[in-house]
Write a protein that binds this ligand. Structure first.
Ligand code: HAM
Length: 422
């Protein structure tokens, strides 16, 4: 029968990969806790309307990339393509604003986008991210960017490109939008079909079109940073002062717009040069209108999300992942059926006492059991054959030395404690 493989754009994580994933997961939980963010877990699917309203009807994600399906009652559901809209929904549904202050939340889990798979781009991928709801203060923008940068630095990635922009607010953006449309309308016919469609509906998206003709056509467009209102301008300046104060370098990139309609003011991306075309490790920004869009009272927010797979690619390529091979403390080698009957409860007893113990399940010879113990990296092997059984003893072999000794079976745990106490 034909073999069935994993769907396009998905992948399996095998035990060896997962040691690295656990390492990263611990690191990111640690930094989030240190910066005062608490975890939320939301469902993997939501009502489609949440993303249509939150992310925006004219975005690529909503137009082309969502996995949407009806439930049995005909309601439209969608596998979450990102975490922000879900966190905002949960924030409202559980009335987290009522506790006062700022809600600083983080999340970690799979997201789904029906994109064309390529290196660093999957259809199911894992994001970790944070959302801070309840303040417009640029200090929280600076905190979030700093935390993201410091996270990568802690892992040994120091040469990051941080792209920063402000895309204004509902006061100043419509004016810029109009200027942009008027500037580009005379060249509309030369734009790619996506950009022609976007020109009147969502013209800011033209600024990050990858098509070379569009790129050349927008070279001289007016820049949003020249159109910011006073409040957005001073918010942006304050953020830059704060980033300077903590020594985070950044590039001002007035063409950075990002693919979500919810953004206002600050947007940023952190790039790693060695990732190739999909070079964004992380992206985020402020969304002061999203809570209202989702049915709540006006509440400012800001956050970012970052891809685990891309981070893993960078760490792997730069050999920055620790070699973590969990090794057993002891390998117990029974020789013959009677010894197996003695060894089986002993293995369980030692494991219940906290020891990592391996043994044979295939009636192997002593030679091949020693080989296996060696492969597993067990420093000590305990051999029990008929002779040892008769004397209630175990023959202990240290893998790094030729000498061996016998230990009474009843003393085995005491022996292990002694061995591993230093
Ligand atoms: P995003 O830029 O779409 O932002 O995604 C954030 C990160 O997720 C990207 O920089 C990338 O590392 C990773 N990523 C995105 N799509 C894929 C994919 N198909 N395959 C692999 N990795 C991917 C957001 O999702 C926003 N919700 C971020 C945010 C949070 N803004 C405010 N709060």
């Amino acid at each position: 029968m034909a073999q069935i493989n994993a769907p396009k754009g998905t992948y399996d994580l095998l035990p060896e990969d997962l040691t690295h994933w656990y390492y990263l997961e611990n690191k990111l939980r640690q930094i989030f806790q240190e910066y005062g963010y608490a975890e939320v877990r939301t469902p993997i699917f939501e009502h489609t309307e949440l993303f249509q309203r939150g992310i925006g009807e004219t975005t690529d994600i909503v137009e082309k990339e969502m996995f949407t399906f009806p439930d049995r009652a005909g309601r439209s559901l969608t596998l979450r393509p990102e975490g922000t809209a879900s966190v905002v929904r949960a924030f409202l549904e559980h009335n987290l604003a009522a506790s006062g202050g700022i809600s600083k939340l983080y999340y970690y889990g799979p997201m789904f986008r029906c994109e064309a798979p390529q290196a660093g781009r999957f259809r199911q991928f894992v994001q970790f991210g944070v959302e801070a709801l309840g303040t417009e203060d640029p200090r929280i923008d600076a905190e979030i960017i700093t935390m993201a940068v410091n996270f990568y630095k802690r892992l040994g990635i120091n040469d990051l490109d941080i792209n920063l922009n402000s895309i204004g607010c509902p006061d100043c953006r419509p004016i810029y939008r109009q200027r942009l449309i008027e500037h580009l309308r005379p060249r509309a016919e030369k734009l790619c079909s996506d950009c022609q469609r976007r020109l009147e509906r969502n013209p800011l998206r033209l600024l990050d079109c990858k098509n070379p003709i569009c790129k050349s056509l927008i070279e001289d467009v007016p820049l949003i940073t020249e159109s910011l209102c006073e409040s957005c301008g001073s918010h942006f300046q304050r953020l830059r002062d704060l980033l300077d104060a903590v020594g985070i370098p950044y590039n001002l990139n007035p063409r950075l717009v990002r693919g979500f309609d919810y953004y206002t003011k600050t947007v940023f991306e952190i790039l790693a040069g060695d990732l190739g075309a999909q070079n964004a490790l992380c992206g985020g920004g402020r969304y002061d209108g999203l809570v209202e869009e989702c049915g709540g009272s006006p509440t400012p927010g800001i956050g970012f999300a970052a891809g685990m797979e891309r981070l893993m690619m960078v760490l792997n390529a730069r050999k920055l992942l620790p070699q973590v091979n969990p090794k057993p403390h002891l390998y117990l080698a029974p020789l013959g059926e009677a010894a197996q009957l003695k060894v089986f409860p002993l293995v369980i007893q030692l494991r219940e006492a906290g020891w990592v113990v391996e043994t044979d399940f295939q009636n192997r010879s002593l030679k091949s059991q020693l080989k296996l113990a060696n492969k597993l990296g067990a420093p000590i092997v305990g051999v029990i054959g008929d002779e040892e059984l008769a004397k209630e003893q175990i023959l202990i072999r240290r893998m790094d030395a030729s000498q061996q000794q016998t230990v009474a079976l009843a003393q085995l745990e005491g022996f292990l404690k002694e061995e591993f106490s230093h």
